[in-house]
Write a protein that binds this ligand. Sequence first.
Ligand SMILES: Nc1ncnc2c1ncn2[C@@H]1O[C@H](COP(=O)(O)OP(=O)(O)OP(=O)(O)O)[C@@H](O)[C@H]1O
Length: 272
Amino acid sequence: MIEVINIRKSFGDKTILQDVSVNMEPGKTNLIIGASGSGKTVLMKCMVGLIEVDSGKIKYDGQDFTAMDDKEKKPIRQEIGMLFQGSALFDSMTVEQNIMFPLDMFSKEKYKVRMKRVQECLDRVNLKDANKKFPAEISGGMKKRVGIARAIVLNPKYLFVDEPNSGLDPQTSLVIDKLIKDITVEYNITTVVNTHDMNTVMESGDHIIYMHQGLKQWEGSNEDIIFADDQKLNDFIFASEFFQDIKEMRKTEMFRDKGWRTKKDGENSSRT
Ligand SMILES: Nc1ncnc2c1ncn2[C@@H]1O[C@H](COP(=O)(O)OP(=O)(O)OP(=O)(O)O)[C@@H](O)[C@H]1O
């Protein structure tokens, strides 16, 4: 689990994060959502230590990451996998070499053992016949898969993903979302995803954190979001009439499927 406890961050006289606290749980896809400039990336960078907080704490499984020096942070950093926007692959390396890179840096295993692990990860993300290809020779969706394979090659306990669907078509986005979610559950990873994609929110959001002007405005699951009455959240997620209608339809469906009673039935709404 990653605990974010009362963190604050300003740049000059501009406050970016105002007293944010949140727990990111293992085996869950924890999504950070919010408008451009609301502080999502700064929050994520504070969590991995790329930006130093002004006050507050970040704890990794109970260990106070913010109180550690660089040497003390190293073992935790080795347990963090990262997937950046645009996948950030090395253009001059093949797919295989890209995934091997973290192992070359941190593993003392023999080449054969490392290559076996590379192949396992390639198989896990369902990438076939791409080992010897260069990033320029594969599609955006395949690049994401390579990025995911590289992010999990060291068996991370924590996975940070920035905008997994940027530049992908809706269908490929769903496949990538599912892959991230499946891997999270399978390896019990604490996954933190920064996203603008409402499909991701509705499909993979076990735990959603909505940021508004540097504050944690709302948190809950993709099911809770249907029933949320936070005006700012609703304005953000269900901005268009189309999405508003879908929300109402989904709400009605969920009431029906789960046997909840609605006010429409002439009774008080009740969820159990
Ligand atoms: N290193 C920095 N120095 C000064 N200001 C910064 C720095 N990094 C971020 N900011 C400011 O912090 C605010 C929040 O930025 P952040 O990148 O977290 O937004 P975001 O919610 O991730 O937006 P987007 O969805 O567009 O990526 C912005 O006003 C940005 O200009």
